[in-house]
Design a protein around this ligand. Structure first.
Ligand code: UDP
Length: 318
């Protein structure tokens, strides 16, 4: 792949991560074609890019055949519902975008001679019985549970990506993304970060599920974007975890949000009555030894800094 003036396709380009990737690639002088069907993406995330001379947008569902005119140097496949609420609400589109969408974007990359980068997820590790999770861990996933539609689609996507690499020689990269937060997350996507911040800003109780003893490790968006950018240019074909290894319980996270927002909100322990928390991983922390070694990457933004940015963003929107 050439180094400069790339022309890249970003699927899910109007999503939380996709739109930040658009910004990064444009800032580096590249040309960006973004694609989204707005199932969970939001036109507001790319409104500031409309009219940019190196940016174009195609409204399209990538689970259907994709046509892009002209050359492409890289294809980054970021389209997918990505919060547990979203994939419970859109189970079939989630399965389709991870399977058919991955097939179509890989086919496009092959046809264009483009490098390919797949957005995979820590969900491939399921409810892990090793902590932290290294890339060599095969995972503990329930294929038929409510999260199965996302987890198995992403596992299939990884298998398909490796097959295109091994059989067709496509230059592929796979990033396994751990919990990421920041501006442009949807206020109502149901994930813990927007839920808690919105609740705290409104003075409502924070809804902590499962007693709050389960753990997560939250990384700020800009750290992830840097890791993805480095991975695309690297030689690493096998999956690389990108996440922040600072692990905390959900109860600790709730307390941090209350403190950072100066909120008077109480913390309530609740049990959702729907399937939402079935198979909810009890622990999650990335082993980032590999990212450190092959990308020279590690997270730079701590929770207080990242939360401050995110709270600012949500403050104007609740
Ligand atoms: N969670 C919670 N209260 C909420 C939303 C989520 O306690 O209002 C918990 C959820 O049960 C999970 C963790 O927070 O253990 C992270 O959930 P999220 O939906 O953000 O993403 P996940 O990491 O489960 O994909």
């Amino acid at each position: 792949m050439k180094q400069e003036n790339l022309r890249v396709l970003i699927t899910g380009g109007a999503g939380f991560l996709g739109s930040h990737l658009c910004d990064r690639f444009l800032a580096e002088g590249h040309t960006v074609v973004a694609m989204d069907n707005f199932i969970t993406g939001n036109p507001d995330n790319i409104a500031h890019l409309i009219g940019h001379e190196r940016f174009s947008f195609i409204r399209h569902n990538v689970s259907n055949y994709i046509y892009v005119e002209g050359p492409l140097d890289a294809v980054l496949h970021f389209a997918s519902p990505a919060s547990p609420n979203d994939y419970l609400e859109h189970p079939i589109p989630t399965l389709k975008v991870g399977s058919l969408g991955t097939l179509n974007t890989l086919g496009l990359a092959k046809a264009k001679g483009a490098r390919y980068l797949l957005a995979s997820t820590s969900e491939v590790y399921g409810d892990p019985d090793v902590n932290p999770q290294p890339e060599t861990y095969w995972g503990n996933v329930n294929p038929i549970g409510p999260r199965g539609v996302y987890d198995e689609a992403k596992r299939f996507a990884e298998a398909m990506t490796m097959a295109y690499h091994r059989y067709h020689g496509v230059e592929t990269r796979i990033v396994r993304i751990f919990n990421t937060y920041g501006p442009r997350m949807r206020l109502n996507d149901g994930r813990v970060v927007p839920n808690f911040i919105a609740q705290a800003l409104r003075g409502e109780p924070l809804t902590v599920y499962m007693g709050g003893k389960q753990t997560r490790s939250f990384q700020y968006m800009s750290d992830l974007i840097e890791g993805i950018y480095r991975l695309l240019y690297s030689d690493e074909v096998l999956p690389v975890n990108i996440g922040n290894p600072r692990e905390m319980t959900i109860l600790e996270f709730a307390e941090a949000v209350v403190e950072m927002t100066n909120s008077g909100s109480e913390i309530h322990f609740v049990t959702p009555t729907d399937e939402r928390i079935k198979d909810d991983p009890k622990q999650r922390r990335p082993d980032i030894t590999k990212a450190r070694a092959v990308l020279g990457w590690e997270p730079k933004v701590n929770l207080a800094e990242g939360l401050a940015q995110t709270i600012d963003y949500f403050r104007g929107r609740v």
